[in-house]
Design a binder for this molecule. Sequence first.
Ligand code: AMP
Length: 484
Amino acid sequence: MLFSELPLANPLQRAIRAVGYEQPTPIQERSIPSLLEGKDLLGIAQTGTGKTAAFALPILQLLLDSGKFRAPKTCRALILLPTRELAIQVEECFKQYAQFTAISTACIFGGVSDVSQKRNLIRGVDVLVATPGRLLDLINQKAVSLKALEFFVLDEADRMLDMGFIHDIRKVVALLPQNRQNLFFSATMPDDITKLAATILRPNPVRVEVAPQSTPIERIHQELYRIDKRRKGALLKELLLAHPEMKKVLVFSRTKHGADKITRVLEKAGIKCAAIHGNKSQNRRQQALGNFKCEQIRVLVATDIAARGIDVDDVSHVFNYDLPDVPETFVHRIGRTARAGKDGIAISFCAPDEEQDLRAIEKLTRISIPEGDKAIYEKLPPQQKETPESEMRNARGRGFPRRDNSRGKQNQAKPGNKKERPQQNRPQNKPQNEKRPVPKSEGVQQANPQDQLGRRTIGKNRPGSRARKRMREAAEAARRAQGN
Ligand code: AMP
């Protein structure tokens, strides 16, 4: 099928040609006709499948067809997303597809002043792309109302729940008019997401499921380097120096601190890079992303939360500097390099204490990752012996308490302690699950005890868990060393 065969108006067809699309992707082919008929849609798809155009194009077409006009301080279509990066990206797509129409768009998200956002809403907008916290804030300030809404899109629903937005979503849904068309997208469909979808969608929505997680993996060439933690930086540096064809490289770090450390190593070697994570200001994140997209920097180092949903075309290589605890996260990560039908290369580093994570990944993907070029090890400094202290230090990045006496005062949450507030009360703009998991022993009930796939994580450090076992081993090693 070609785009020209879809019943889309001329200005939209022109925009599609201008962005260079010829054939609809599977999700577009299956969603656009049903959406144009006014049906609700349940889409099970990840970023990279072309889902933004799958909902944006029919919404734009229906907005053009309806003949209605936007009223002041209202919006006609609302796209709700979990992060500011995604919101900016999706608004950019809407702008591109609507460039030959009079349809207006606006984007609102937290972490920045609301003054210009409120100004943009005064005359009303056709398409509003928003994160939940700032949207509710501006609704409370009467800067915008949802009473005239015609289309509601909830995108990345699983991630929304993962980030503790369920209450905000419910509040927004309660404010929507009854008569509306609904689109609900999620990469995964655990029970709580299915229940949420049922409260938003009208009965019998069209269900479109695309890109099962194993599909892109087959197009990705993978390599594995077994390496101790201390020499991962040197290995990354050597690989980048030895391979100039690694042009647009996305490096995943488990922690924000780790991401900064990696950029310092690469900068020292003269490799242009930047890090994005929850501690960086919105402006710096956007700047880093912009520089990466236009290849002014070669390497972007990111944490999972900061990177998920970010849309960068033609990523040549993905590095798993640290292996993720959740094997499905690995699939999301490496999927960044084989987008829109292209091939890609994913290189993973595995330290001795990550072998279990590697086994879980290989089991999920049903692929045994081949080892990379062994000659590179000769360029690395010799391996240093681990001391009990360094083992403890290394362990911290894997969800351990800062001190081994985790019941000690420093780690105990006090009621009202800002850092330990339930997640849904936090400003929405802070990616929350980059924080280290709070062990049960600290006595804090996390408001959002689920991982990206909607699975419970609150018991991760429970006695008998792998994390606990590692912590115990490290503490024993430290005690033994003191005994000597
Ligand atoms: P998305 O899943 O919406 O984030 O889209 C992923 C990438 O695919 C974006 O860079 C889009 O510009 C691109 N894309 C979307 N639809 C098409 C299409 N029909 N043909 C080629 N590229 C597309």
